[in-house]
Design a binder for this molecule. Structure first.
Ligand code: GLA
Length: 416
């Protein structure tokens, strides 16, 4: 009897140990959308360690780090060859000091370092992909002190996306260093439907194109302007939340669009609770660009703790009316002018009475509540309070631009 019990116990122990346990992604890395900088939109393959170190210095000096932009992410083309054991190495000409030294430099400035790879055999820039080397690459990144991995989808024709992205998630978990997992499969397999347990964010579309309203069509693929990407977010908000975000791609602010377009682009990404990953040359920025990307009240809309992606409530005559519920009963309200001409509009708050049935279940209740209306793009903060929601309000929105307001309930404030 005793012998049988012992045998049974041994069998149970054995079975428990060989039952595959699904690894989990690292929790707590994306309670709010990620913020940082990435090399691709401005530099493409032309990166080296001096540029990246210069960007790190600027992230500190300009106040970007303190505003929340903590990830400094290398995109494609940092790679050299694999060594004789198969471990990936940095390009010895562009990164002669190696990635570990770069990570040390970045960490010493209170920032985190991101890296880029691809689920296929090659990256989009033709560098070695992680296919067949997933655990080895994850181990190498962990050894180097990497904090963020963007994982692309080129050369992936015969690969199953769920398997490929879960494999890298498991490899990162096994390597043991908490690494944010940014999935970049362009929305092809509708990752919002399956990836909440896989990654911290997933790209929803093909690449952004540095243009407000146009499509850059190539044979077989396209890149999309700001408005085109915005339109492709329709229906996706219910899939996003703390720890797992829709990613409408990196920002083009400061890369040549007009100030109004840049302001609209940034505002809309905040309304979408998108990762705010800058893509401009931080070593050479205009004051207008700084004012946009360092606007703490706009950033606070993106980073709001409630973690609910905003919604387009209605569209009318080239204007769109967006709302985002915020923690503590506030709302962000944005009017987007998609046309190139200025438009005057009379805001009758009662017309915006609605309940966000789909996600937060919160209501604006303009018939019962009075909110202070604060304009988040007014430079003079003394003038930023523009009345309250008791009064009808006439506004003008320039072409390709936005107005952004934070609505805070007055009654509640008085009670405190
Ligand atoms: C793909 C990605 C881009 C960028 C490039 C790099 O196109 O979607 O964001 O990483 O590859 O080659």
């Amino acid at each position: 009897m005793k012998k049988q019990t012992l045998l049974l116990t041994a069998l149970i122990v054995l079975l428990t140990n060989i039952t595959p346990v699904q690894a989990q992604k690292f929790e707590g890395l994306a309670d709010t959308p990620a913020m940082g900088w990435n090399s691709w939109n401005k530099f493409a393959c032309n990166i080296d360690e001096n540029i990246i170190k210069g960007i790190a210095d600027q992230m500190v000096e300009t106040g970007l780090r303190d505003a929340g932009y903590i990830y400094l992410n290398l995109d494609d083309c940092w790679h050299g060859e694999r060594d004789s054991l198969g471990f990936i190495q940095a390009d010895p000409v562009k990164f002669p000091s190696g990635i570990k030294a770069l990570a040390d430099y970045v960490h010493a400035r209170g920032l985190k370092l991101g890296i880029y790879s691809d689920a296929g055999r090659k990256t989009c820039g033709g560098r070695p992909g992680s296919f067949g080397h997933e655990y080895q690459d994850a181990l190498q990144y962990a050894r180097w002190g990497i904090d963020y991995l963007k994982y692309d989808w080129c050369e992936s024709e015969d690969i199953n996306p769920v398997g490929a992205y879960n494999l890298m998630r498991d490899a990162l978990r096994a390597a043991g260093r908490p690494i944010y997992f940014s999935m970049c499969e362009w929305g092809t397999s509708k990752p919002w439907k399956w990836a909440a347990e896989t990654g911290h964010s997933w790209r929803t579309t093909g690449d952004i194109y540095n243009c407000f309203d146009c499509i850059d069509q190539h044979p077989g693929f396209a890149a999309y302007g700001v408005l085109q990407i915005l339109d492709m977010q329709e229906g996706l908000r219910k899939y996003a939340g703390p720890g797992h975000w829709n990613d409408p791609d990196m920002l083009e602010v400061g890369n040549g669009q007009t100030v109004g377009e840049d302001r609209a682009h940034f505002t809309l990404w905040c309304m979408l609770a998108a990762p705010l990953i800058l893509g401009n040359d931080l070593r050479n920025m205009s004051q207008e660009t700084k004012d946009i990307i360092l606007n703490k009240e706009a950033i606070a809309i993106d980073q709001d703790k409630l973690g609910v992606q905003g919604l387009k409530l209605k569209a009318e005559d080239g204007l769109e009316f967006w709302f985002k519920p915020l923690a503590g009963g506030d709302w962000a309200f944005c009017i987007l002018n998609r046309t190139t001409e200025p438009k005057t509009y009379t805001i009758d708050w009662q017309k915006f009475n609605f309940t966000d049935e789909e996600v937060s279940k919160l209501s604006t209740d303009f018939d019962k509540k009075v909110y202070t209306v604060r304009n988040l793009w007014t430079k003079d903060t003394k003038k930023s309070v523009e009345g309250n929601t008791k009064k009808i309000k006439q506004v003008t929105i320039p072409g390709h631009d936005v107005l952004l307001y934070r609505l805070s309930e007055q009654v509640k404030k008085n009670k405190r």
